[in-house]
Design a protein around this ligand. Structure first.
Ligand SMILES: [Zn+2]
Ligand SMILES: [Zn+2]
Length: 358
């Protein structure tokens, strides 16, 4: 079958790979849609980062070349022995998290911050840019009848955003600021709106992304290249927002996210960073501000896990992935029409879905 494999920086190939057999406890999933994510782009331009280069990943035991794609949905086409609760024909979203099961966080149920965390499609273990994938059954989360299968590919990034909003302590009516309106920033805006945010300020330099932010529920759009975001936010609120989110990954937005909160405000850092930033700790001390990190999500189906919540919120329309999806392409076009277009600074694309079986 055909699959996109990561060999090295700027070397992603669509090639013939082996179709793995389904073993006890596993399922085969025929892929419907797989989103190209910011982390995929980092691997393409600056990797290998999450992709294991020389050392095998401790859970998957694989090194590059690995199959890519971690934001995907599909249909169960084969069910191995001893699998319960999944049947051929079920539409599923994939929870890609790989974890050790033995470290302290895993034992406490927080496998999303496992010492050995990895992701299917980045750390080995198969990937969604392929005709099909074989995974342990626990990675397949049923979408039910009310969520279009294509939207299943957005459950992963939406869960990142929902986890961030739940970590932020946002309360109904709070004023919110979001720095960066890429796919995760847009998802944070939707989740903040669903959580009952009052005003939602969004700072984003690209015009097309600010427009999409408005479609997602932003109430105030700021172009930081022409407006001082901190000054604008503090003078249009009671001295700052209650909660801010940093989703751009640059020093200026880190500091602006902190300084745009009112005293006792809370900032949640969602970005993964390539560089150190410099900041003045007095911005935290004077005003007793808090900065929190957030990573990934709980990827199970239960109503106390983000995947379960996001699927419910997609089913009843509280979340709507349509504003994020800017194109749908075939597998063979993934490099030229996918990766290359998304890294182009002039491009207006947000989320491109790859359809390996169309
Ligand atoms: Zn991702
Ligand atoms: Zn662990």
């Amino acid at each position: 079958m055909r699959a996109a494999t990561y060999h090295d920086r700027k070397d992603i190939r669509v090639e013939d790979v082996e179709r793995n057999a389904v073993e006890d406890g596993q399922v085969r999933i025929d892929i419907d849609s797989c989103g190209i994510c910011g982390s995929d782009l980092h691997e393409y331009t600056a990797g290998p980062i999450f992709v294991p280069g020389d050392e095998p990943h401790p859970v998957s035991q694989e090194t590059a070349p690995i199959r890519m794609g971690h934001e995907f949905s599909g249909t169960i086409s084969e069910v191995g022995g001893s699998v319960t609760g999944l049947e051929v024909g079920d539409a599923v979203a994939i929870n890609p998290i790989l974890y050790c099961g033995e470290c302290r966080q895993c034992k406490e149920g927080n496998y999303h911050i496992c010492d050995s965390i990895g992701f299917v499609g980045l750390s080995g273990g198969g990937g969604g840019f392929a005709e099909s994938v074989v995974l342990d059954a626990e990675h397949a989360v049923p979408l039910g009848d009310d969520v279009p299968i294509e939207y299943g590919a957005l459950v992963e990034p939406l869960s990142v955003a929902l986890h961030a909003v739940r970590r932020s302590g946002l309360r109904a009516g709070d004023a919110v600021a979001v720095f960066g309106a890429g796919p995760i920033g847009l998802a944070v805006i939707q989740c903040a709106r669903a959580a009952g945010a009052g005003s939602i300020f969004v700072s984003e330099p690209r015009d097309a992304r600010r427009e999409r932010a408005a479609d997602c529920g932003a109430t105030e759009l700021i172009d930081p290249t022409s407006t001082d975001a901190i000054e604008h936010i503090t003078s249009n609120t009671d001295g700052g927002v209650d909660v801010s989110f940093e989703v751009a990954g640059v020093e200026a937005s880190f500091n602006a996210a902190v300084e745009s909160t009112a005293p006792s405000g809370r900032t949640t850092i969602v970005s993964i960073w390539e560089e150190e930033v410099s900041t003045h700790p007095n911005n935290l001390v004077l005003g007793e501000r808090t900065v929190t990190g957030t990573l990934a999500y709980l990827g199970g189906p239960r109503s106390d896990e983000e995947y379960g919540m996001v699927i419910d919120m997609l089913a009843d329309g509280r979340l709507d992935p349509e504003p994020f999806i800017t194109d749908r392409i075939g597998l063979e076009e993934i490099v030229d029409d996918g990766f290359e277009r998304l890294i182009d600074p002039e491009s207006d694309h947000v989320k491109i879905l790859v359809k390996p079986n169309e």
